[in-house]
Design a binder for this molecule. Structure first.
Ligand SMILES: Nc1nc2c(ncn2[C@@H]2O[C@H](COP(=O)(O)OP(=O)(O)OP(=O)(O)O)[C@@H](O)[C@H]2O)c(=O)[nH]1
Length: 303
């Protein structure tokens, strides 16, 4: 219960902006009118569910009305919750670090939360007694390397780095080779933020992935895309382009605490069916939670 409340408190913006509004309208003892259905549809769009997922939810409501299984507004609210849970259940596949020498390549646009997420994950793993290495393949900015060093210190992890401006693919190759040779349990490769529309930078990250594969042919075991939940539908375009370039195996949706439009998680899940591994709900170490569909739904919906 405490765990759930912890998440719910952080997701209060989505609760206020979306589910509480539905609840207020749905608890009224009034019939299901076209205006009421329009209100629901608009709220779904406003909450970043996207057109496709909004239509899926509205279709399920309309089918329920036609078949007689939905008679009241409360039934509508229950149906919305059911459809959202079934979509999110499909992407609830926690990241399992099943063996040693597990290599995780972390990608995403600038400021999405890659380095913070690596820091939090490094800590989670060193806490379990695992030997963790961080590879600073974000060589664009000296500050990025320093930031990763800070996290390495905090998490008691090792770091492999070179100077600012070094070839990121070479850093990735050296770092992963060294981590494998020294038998590390988990190796995280941090990459510079890049827009999915920047062709040369997307080619560069493809090169980084190839360098990781060259260093250890079965790696990367996970290509983690870090997405900022506050940027709305643009996250869908980012996921599409990064997935095309790198075959993303897992997503971390950060800053879920900072948005009233939590529907984006449902839109991404429905569109790509890529596992959501974690959600970020704040800046501190324990603000990264393994994604659980039921916990999420129970946290944002009014009981
Ligand atoms: N509120 C909130 N802030 C977050 C979360 N995750 C990351 N941040 C903040 O987002 C900002 C950017 O995070 P970084 O980890 O530096 O992002 P990055 O993707 O490594 O950035 P670049 O190196 O510029 O590509 C920092 O201020 C983080 O503290 C989250 O879940 N919630």
């Amino acid at each position: 219960m405490g765990f759930l409340k912890g998440i719910a408190d952080k997701l209060f913006k989505t609760k206020q902006g979306f589910t509480e509004k539905i609840h207020e309208e749905s608890k009224k003892d009034e019939p299901i009118t076209d205006e009421y259905l329009d209100f629901i549809e608009e709220l779904l769009i406003e909450s970043d569910f996207g057109v496709k997922t909004t239509m899926k939810i509205m279709d399920a409501i309309n089918e329920g009305i036609d078949s007689g299984s939905i008679r009241t507004r409360q039934d509508v609210e229950i149906k919305i919750r059911e459809v959202i849970l079934s979509i999110l259940k499909q992407v609830e596949k926690p990241l399992e670090i099943k063996h040693k020498k597990f290599v995780i390549l972390v990608v995403g646009i600038n400021g999405s939360g890659k380095t913070t997420t690596i820091g939090k994950l490094a800590s989670l793993n060193t806490d379990k007694g695992k030997k963790v290495m961080l590879v600073a393949a974000d060589t664009f900015r000296a500050a990025a390397i320093e930031q990763l060093e800070e996290w390495a210190k905090r998490a008691s992890a090792s770091i492999v780095k070179q100077n600012e401006g070094a070839d990121p693919a070479a850093v990735a190759f050296d770092g992963v080779s060294s981590g494998i040779a020294r038998n590390y349990d988990v190796i995280f490769v941090d990459t510079a933020g890049r827009l999915h529309t920047q062709k040369n930078l997307m080619n560069e990250v493809i090169k980084i992935k190839k360098a990781v594969q060259k260093a250890y042919p079965e790696a990367p075991h996970e290509v983690l895309l870090v997405l900022d939940a506050t940027i709305g539908q643009n996250a869908i375009n980012q996921a599409r382009e990064f997935n095309k370039a790198l075959a993303i195996s897992g997503i971390v949706l950060t800053k879920m605490d900072g948005t009233a439009k939590g529907g984006i998680i449902v839109a991404i899940s429905e569109e790509f069916k890529i596992p959501i591994r974690y959600i970020g709900i704040g800046e501190s170490l324990d603000d990264l939670k393994a994604f659980n569909a039921r916990d999420f739904v129970e946290s944002v919906f009014v009981p």
